[in-house]
Design a protein around this ligand. Sequence first.
Ligand code: ADP
Ligand code: MG
Length: 245
Amino acid sequence: MSLFVAEGLVKRFDALLATDHVSFSVEPGQLHALIGPNGAGKSTLVNQISGLLQPDAGRLLLDGQDITRLPPHARVAAGLSRCFQVTSVFKGQTVLDNLLLAVQAHAGSSFHFLRRRAAEAALQDQALALAARTGLAEVLAVPAGELPHGAQRKLDVALAIAARPKLLLLDEPMAGMGPAESAEMVTLIGALRREMAILLIEHDMDAVFKLADRITVLVYGKVLVSGSADEIRGHPQVQAVYLGT
Ligand code: ADP
Ligand code: MG
């Protein structure tokens, strides 16, 4: 069974069909990339998946559960976590405080049985583990707003995975990065894909071909083709429409 299924998603803005019966699925343990030229409908699609936009038609299944009508926070609880294109951190707070808040928000009642000091220590351990996984261990005391761009995006990812998602949505995680920061983000995403399924929206084709198991190409709101990275690379229409070769 697919981990995630989008079925016939339609979103209309007045006369414009921003997503026109879009269907694709993400398999467990896979990184699925969504590509397409500017205005293809990628962000509109991601917003319907995370619950910021309600589709006009179609449905969304996560692990067999119909999440089409769930509000965003309930989708996070169901296992779908999103890293925003616009950074969502508390800029005045340190990296550690941002991580602690995220860990605490998703801990639920799991530390319920512990005494307060023990619970705080457990949260602290989780926050530090999250920092280590995302390459933020050296900047724990830095206010989030003072981090370089690349580290802010790592913090975004750290906050998204604090929810322990089954499916992580990444909307252009490399946007605005130089080559060195992009390479670090590719390494981070490459490590995360071993632990969770990922839906990656990304312009950087080198990164997409390095990371993706499967790729769906969106053009003018429609799926042009879905296939393995090799199938997409060799697809003549994809090369013509998207890669400009
Ligand atoms: P992408 O992320 O692939 O660049 P978008 O999903 O942002 O594409 O946009 C798809 C199309 O829908 C574009 O033509 C865009 O102008 C239009 N669009 C996106 N959001 C809105 C909105 N809220 N109202 C009207 N049109 C919109
Ligand atoms: Mg977009």
